[in-house]
Design a protein around this ligand. Structure first.
Ligand code: TXA
Ligand code: MG
Length: 323
């Protein structure tokens, strides 16, 4: 198991080229000094992550991120409005950034995470941190220090425990490196919030696009088989008729259930932020309960429900392909 470390100890480890798990408002990150190739390669190794999947660079301010990215006015406006917060912006990279971080792309993804411990770490250590989500490649992102420890504890130097993540899904990624803005990943900042600043913009999140190679359809394998159903009723019926003990990922007021169904509610009051906070922990709970089949349905296409629908779609795509 990895050691739980203080901010001061984390700074020391990171400055020394080691890899430390850090809390953010979205999910835990597996951090290394973004300007140290040795540290960056340790991240890929610990996660078993393919080298074609680039990393996000985290900084405490726009001025610190200007060391690695060419900012434009729109990027500054977006960060002024939403950072620190769950938004990542893709911009042209500066020479100092190694190809290892960007997987050879001429762009770099940058973000200012909204967590007091990590902001303190970035500022006091004068650090820029490359950090993917702190899970083995292809698995559910961790939203607590315990999640990190369970999956990667043996492979990292330390964990900075910052409690449960307050947002619960990864950051929204916007590409501002081309002529027009494009959303590359739906996440913790709602599309509606983005739209207020950028106007309507295309969402280009689905599978294997070369400019977002991490957005593979088979991401987020939660270790259970996820079945996407057409409606809440459909999911309820299928869960009840599954034969074995099955899981039902629910939203809203709870229906009466047979003994064979284990229901986990994302949010009884249909609150999208609460649902996002619960999503990954609920998927892990099903796994811990040894429930193999989980029935889910599409949530309203609005707010953070969009990001949840996206993660569930990816999780079900994966599990439908494998027995
Ligand atoms: O909320 C988050 O963003 C979390 C926390 C730890 O900050 N990080 C995270 O990192 O989700 P990761 O590595 O799991 O996902 C980053 C995504 C990948 O899909 C990657 O392909 C994409 O960002 N990405 C990184 N650099 C890119 C670039 N230059 N162009 C396009 N996509 C990029
Ligand atoms: Mg990830």
């Amino acid at each position: 198991m990895a050691e739980f470390v203080t901010v001061k100890e984390a700074i020391k480890l990171l400055q020394n080229g080691d890899v430390v798990a850090i809390p953010t408002e979205t999910v835990y990150g597996l951090a290394g000094n973004a300007l140290d190739e040795r540290a960056v390669s340790k991240i890929f190794k610990a996660k078993n992550r393919p080298s074609f999947d680039p990393l996000i660079v985290h900084g405490h301010s726009v001025s610190s991120l200007k060391r690695v990215a060419e900012f434009n006015e729109l990027a500054i406006a977006l960060f002024e409005k939403f950072a620190p917060g769950p938004i990542t912006i893709v911009l042209p990279k500066k020479h100092v950034v190694s190809d290892l971080v960007t997987s050879g792309h001429q762009t770099v993804a940058v973000r200012i995470p909204n967590h007091s411990l990590t902001l303190e770490l970035l500022e006091k250590g004068d650090l820029l941190l490359a950090a993917p989500s702190a899970n083995p490649f292809g698995f559910t992102s961790p939203t607590s220090a315990e999640h990190v420890n369970a999956q990667l504890g043996q492979r990292i130097s330390g964990i900075l425990d910052g409690g449960n993540c307050t947002v619960g899904v990864e950051s929204t990624i916007v590409d501002l490196s081309g002529e027009n803005p494009v959303v590359l990943r739906l996440g913790g900042l709602s599309y509606e919030d983005l739209e207020e600043v950028l106007g309507p913009i295309p969402i280009q999140t689905s599978s294997s696009k070369p400019n977002a190679p991490g957005m593979l359809i088979s991401h987020y394998n939660p270790g259970v088989r996820i079945h996407s159903c057409t409606s809440a009723e459909d999911a309820l019926n299928k869960a009840q008729n599954a034969g074995t003990k099955s899981g039902l990922l629910w939203l809203g007021e709870e229906p009466g259930l047979g003994e064979n169904v284990h229901l986990l509610n994302l949010s009884e009051h249909k609150d999208d932020a609460e649902a996002a906070r619960n999503l990954f922990a609920h998927l892990r709970r099903f796994g811990a309960l040894n429930i193999k089949e989980v029935f889910v349905f599409e949530l309203p296409n609005e707010g953070l429900f969009r990001a949840i629908n996206d993660r569930l779609k990816r999780a079900s795509a994966k599990t439908n392909h494998h027995d």
